[in-house]
Design a protein around this ligand. Structure first.
Ligand code: FES
Length: 250
């Protein structure tokens, strides 16, 4: 832990030295997203480790995916440090024709992103026993919308019916039956404390459909009757491969 804190402080000093004029970039970028008409504000919730300490950007291993729950106690999200700056905005479409803007990564390197870990097709999501939807940092094969074989990296792949999402472009659909991107989880990077918060969502909203479909199973898995209770104040971040005992990849 001490190592990770030292690393974080070092990273922060470098960030300030290199980007004096851009120290508030995380805040500015977050404000841009807030201006989007598909923005939904939920509780401002700090991302924390299992020991309740804040998740620092340097705690995230590049290429790994982490799970946290937001905006509800049973709705899982992916948290990923992509390892490269994602500074370009991307225009995205929902299946109903609405458009919204994804404004890239946050954190000192603008490389940290989060999305609902709920497939936009039939809502496959990580469960504690198994996950059929996973982040693939490495280069893999997939089939695009025209069923052509492609290679790609930094993708979220749902093995249920093989929907593929491009994380670098706001989880835009590259292949499979999904008709809209994964819901964006809006993150805020507090550069004064070097920590991360979830503040809302942007894009498609599948949550009511999710609860209608999965409430019974979620009650058993999370041992609560209030599966749609909002997350308050803090949410724990855990490695995806530790959250789900079995990872199904395809
Ligand atoms: S639920 Fe993900 S592709 Fe069908």
């Amino acid at each position: 832990m001490a190592d990770s804190i030292r690393k974080s402080c070092r990273g922060r000093r470098n960030f300030i030295k290199l980007c004096m004029g851009a120290v508030t970039a995380g805040q500015l970028r977050q404000s841009f997203a807030v201006g989007n008409n598909l923005f939904k504000r939920y509780n401002r919730v700090q991302l924390v480790k299992l020991n309740n300490e804040p998740v620092l950007p340097d705690d995230l291993e590049i290429g790994q995916s982490y799970i946290f729950h937001y905006p509800f106690v049973t709705t899982p999200c992916f948290l990923i440090d992509m390892g490269n700056a994602l500074s370009d905005s991307v225009q995205l479409n929902l299946e109903n024709g609405q458009t919204y803007t994804w404004s890239g990564g946050v954190g000192p390197n603008q490389s940290i992103v989060a999305f609902a870990a709920i497939c936009a097709h039939k809502m496959t999501h990580p469960a504690k026993s198994v996950s059929f939807i996973n982040y693939r940092h490495e280069t893999i094969n997939y089939r695009d919308k025209n069923r052509k074989l492609k290679k790609g990296s930094q993708l979220i792949y749902c093995c249920s019916e093989r929907s593929v999402y491009d994380v670098k472009r706001g989880a835009k659909v590259l292949g499979g039956p999904a008709t809209q991107p994964l819901t964006t989880i809006l993150l805020e990077y507090d550069d004064t404390k070097n920590c991360l918060y979830a503040i809302g969502t942007s894009g498609g909203d599948l949550y009511q459909r999710f609860f209608r479909t999965f409430t019974s199973r979620l009650q058993l898995e999370y041992l609560t009757t209030k599966v749609d209770a909002p997350v308050n104040r803090k949410t724990e971040v855990i490695l995806n491969k530790e959250f789900s005992k079995t990872q199904m990849t395809c």
